[in-house]
Design a binder for this molecule. Structure first.
Ligand SMILES: [Zn+2]
Ligand SMILES: [Zn+2]
Length: 276
């Protein structure tokens, strides 16, 4: 499977000269499988360029949204395939969010310029059984409740003996009783080939931001190490984090992990593609 990053920025898009290299689009990650399916994780602004690329393919599109915060849904009305006749798109049902709000409700002519009636794709909407369609192709997905205001879902995707975890908008060590304990998070991430995890803050920024539903770079590294993950991708960068600051983080993390020799870490950037 191939994991591709279309948007890696948290909270709000952050275009401009200081974010050109890592990118300013909000979360969108895809996993493509040999079977011809593509699983889209989150519909942040990165999904717009994904849509342009999908114009050239006939992938069957499955979309799963971690939660309904703006940065994870705001690209959906600009996702070209929803306007294509003959395109199959499946919006997967996801637990652990606190309401039944749907992506299609964005398309009401008020919150988006267009109404859902103009969509031309065949969109199956959060129907039971959609996950089983993926399972029938040998793709298994497990989900877990993240620690995040309003709820969010983490995913563990396994295919062909490899595993990828997508866990963004998760506070590993929240100030109050966690929805999911650190121990359970470690178990969920156990032996992952690739762990994509929220790393919004620097350790020194966290005192003022505890309870906001995000983690530090250090906490993400510790979780990955304790779980025995082989590769960690630091994801959901703070909108104020510049390219130079992210370069520095990459160096610091390399040094931090060099002595351990078990795991490598990558700072997510738009356009990054990883094969598993
Ligand atoms: Zn977010
Ligand atoms: Zn969020």
């Amino acid at each position: 499977m191939t994991v591709h990053f279309w948007g890696v920025r948290g909270s709000i898009p952050s275009p401009g000269p200081a974010t050109v290299r890592y990118g300013g689009n909000t979360p969108c990650v895809t996993i493509t499988f040999d079977a011809g399916h593509i699983l889209v994780l989150d519909a942040g602004t990165g999904i717009r360029r994904l849509g342009q690329w999908l114009d050239t393919t006939d992938h069957e599109i499955y979309i799963a949204i971690t939660h309904r915060h703006w940065d994870h849904i705001e690209g959906f009305p600009f996702f070209g395939p929803i306007y294509q006749p003959e395109r199959s798109i499946h919006l997967l049902p996801v637990p652990h969010v606190n309401d039944d709000w749907s992506l299609l409700r964005l398309m009401d002519g008020i919150h988006s310029a267009v109404d859902r009636d103009v969509l031309r794709a065949r969109i199956s909407h959060e129907e039971e059984g959609l996950w089983q369609k993926l399972e029938a192709s040998g793709i298994t997905v497990r989900m877990i409740a993240n620690n995040h205001p309003g709820g969010a879902t983490g995913f563990r995707i396994e295919y062909g003996g490899r595993s990828v975890i997508y866990m963004t908008d998760n506070e590993i060590d929240p100030p109050n009783e966690p929805t999911t304990s650190r121990e359970t998070l470690v178990d969920f991430c156990r032996d992952a080939d690739l762990l994509i995890h929220d790393a919004t803050y620097l350790d020194e920024e966290m005192t003022e931001r505890r309870g906001w539903g995000h983690s530090t770079i250090g906490e993400a590294c510790d979780l990955a190490r304790d779980a025995g993950a082989r590769r960690l991708v630091l994801f959901h960068h703070d909108p104020d984090r510049t390219d130079d600051a992210l370069d520095e983080i990459a160096e610091q993390v390399d040094q931090r992990l060099a002595g351990e020799g078990l795991m490598t870490a990558i700072v997510a950037r738009e356009g990054l593609s990883l094969q598993l």
